[in-house]
Design a protein around this ligand. Structure first.
Ligand code: AMP
Length: 277
């Protein structure tokens, strides 16, 4: 497995590689959720590229950029086992040199949910992913349904800017008790870890209501909200039922819908979602 620390090394690999390239962008501190993306990339492509870059421009000034968990040695060992061809670990200095001035802004789909609670987040995400796409030139890029809005933003960007690759979204990987795997779960103390199961419980409740024929989005939102409110360590940011493609808030669930939520458990902000279809 090769490790490319510079953009030049990454591009040199790409020039030499023949056949399809599968690309998995990550911020590292890998878990099974990331590895499912890598395994699928491995199964579908001649070469697999994984990037590890904690992208400063997608964190707000009061967010956890500095404390975001990092363990590159461990990540590299995990990626080697998955037969990754090359791991790209650029520095922030090389990604954003002095005088960096160009940004990618995806409109509409970025305005709601995460976008409204994390101003500037998707500008940072779209910009770094566009840059990485230009460096890696992937045939296919893999993103997790865990970050449903992010996947939609990237799909929009690729379509709008005619980027020459396929975006593939893979299902959310969960712990045994339903908690979606996330690098940020490491912040949770044992009590908080227990409380964090409330996110998946609320989503499961939404699924059950929908399965029983409930089509009022407001009823589903209210039931989810009231369940989460009973967990003393949980503080809701949003509970939302939207059109799964446009992310417009629904009053009636009459098309594929995204049930999504952001909840703070202590200081840790967790997000999760499911599709009601
Ligand atoms: P991150 O390192 O958090 O930026 O995530 C890198 C990629 O892994 C993104 O496409 C995420 O959506 C995806 N991912 C993170 N957690 C999970 C999970 N539990 N299941 C599936 N994909 C995930």
């Amino acid at each position: 497995m090769q490790i490319a620390k510079s953009i030049a090394e990454m591009k040199a690999f790409r020039v030499k590689s023949h056949g399809s390239v599968g690309f998995v962008p990550t911020m590292g501190y890998l878990h099974q959720g990331h590895l499912v993306l890598v395994k699928q990339a491995r199964a579908e492509n001649s070469a697999v590229v994984v990037s590890i870059f904690v992208n400063p421009t997608q964190f707000g000034p009061t967010e956890d950029f500095k404390t975001y968990p990092r363990d590159t040695e461990r990540d590299l060992a995990m990626l080697e086992k998955e037969k990754t061809d090359i791991v790209f670990t650029p520095s922030a200095e090389e990604m954003y040199p002095e005088g960096f001035n160009s940004w990618v802004e995806v409109e509409k789909v970025t305005e709601r949910l995460e976008g409204s609670y994390r101003p500037g987040h998707f500008k940072g995400v779209a910009t770094v992913v566009a840059k990485l796409f230009n460096m890696v030139e992937p045939t296919r890029a893999y993103f997790g349904q865990k970050d449903a809005q992010q996947a939609l933003v990237i799909k929009n960007m690729v379509a709008d800017l005619n980027m020459n690759l396929e975006v593939i979204v893979t299902p959310t990987v969960r712990e045994n008790d339903g908690l979606a795997m996330s690098s940020r779960n490491v912040y949770l103390n044992p009590q908080e870890r227990q409380a964090a199961t409330i996110l998946f419980k609320a989503l499961t409740m939404a699924q059950n209501l929908w399965d029983k024929g409930e089509t009022s989005a407001e009823t589903v939102r209210q039931q989810m909200t009231s369940l989460i409110s009973r967990e003393p360590l949980a503080e809701i940011e949003y509970v939302s039922i939207t059109d799964a493609n446009t992310l417009e808030e629904l009053s009636t669930i009459d098309r594929p819908a995204l049930a999504s939520l952001a909840v703070r458990i202590g200081k840790t902000r967790l997000i999760d979602n499911i599709i009601l279809a």
